[in-house]
Ligand binder design. Structure first.
Ligand SMILES: CC(C)(COP(=O)(O)OP(=O)(O)OC[C@H]1O[C@@H](n2cnc3c(N)ncnc32)[C@H](O)[C@@H]1OP(=O)(O)O)[C@@H](O)C(=O)NCCC(=O)NCCS
Length: 181
């Protein structure tokens, strides 16, 4: 049997190209949103975030020009919050969500954030595991937070984003992730 040769650089899947979300991206983003969440943001929620919320920063990730991931943060002085992050269902498990999370952390730190919080469904173990990998811990639970089925939310938090320890951890994980993708 012939051994499988490692892909040459030209054959490797393209790396996620992350850029600021624009209002033109909203139709593609809402398609992923509908495939990803039980309760979804309507297109005008994204439009308002992009056009009126000065604290909001949204990004899309493209592969071969197609939007396959997106994510957003609010940064209010030292406080930052992940508002949403999602990857197209057929492309999950390939490191794209991680690439988007690293981007969100980098942008928050760049803007002076010292900590980051988010809410995640109690049953969403994939997302929780991604956040834990990057140093987030569960700080509290909001009972019945999600209105569609009354599921509780875990509130996760990563502190000391400005510390050398956090930055080193981020650098190590980023380098490992870039090597793997
Ligand atoms: C959560 C989500 C963004 C992760 O994106 P992804 O591209 O599939 O994840 P990645 O391939 O980058 O995986 C990165 C890490 O996430 C965790 N993870 C991803 N999928 C997982 C799964 N099915 N089970 C357990 N952990 C998982 C692992 O820690 C993984 O790191 P590892 O590869 O070292 O084990 C994606 O599953 C998604 O879009 N889900 C629907 C929307 C959503 O739930 N968003 C989060 C709202 S809080």
């Amino acid at each position: 049997m012939k051994a499988e040769l490692p892909p040459t650089p030209a054959e490797r899947p393209e790396r996620l190209a992350i850029a600021r979300m624009s209002t033109n991206d909203i139709p593609e983003v809402t398609r992923i949103e509908r495939a990803s969440f039980a309760t979804t943001w309507p297109a005008d929620a994204f439009f308002n975030e992009l056009s009126t919320n000065k604290l909001a920063h949204y990004f899309v990730g493209r592969l071969e020009g197609r939007i396959v991931a997106y994510g957003g943060i609010w940064v209010i002085l030292e406080d930052s919050h992940i508002t949403t992050v999602a990857v197209a269902p057929e492309l999950r498990g390939r490191g794209l969500g991680e690439a988007m999370l690293v981007h969100l952390l980098d942008r928050a730190i760049e803007r002076g954030a010292a900590w980051m919080t988010l809410e995640v469904r109690e049953s969403n173990t994939a997302a929780q595991s991604l956040y834990r990998k990057y140093g987030f811990t569960t700080v509290t639970m909001r009972k019945g937070y999600y209105s569609d089925d009354n599921e509780s939310a875990l509130v996760m938090w990563a502190g000391n984003l400005k510390s050398a320890l956090f930055r080193n951890r981020l650098d190590v994980l980023r380098a490992r992730h870039e090597r793997a993708s």
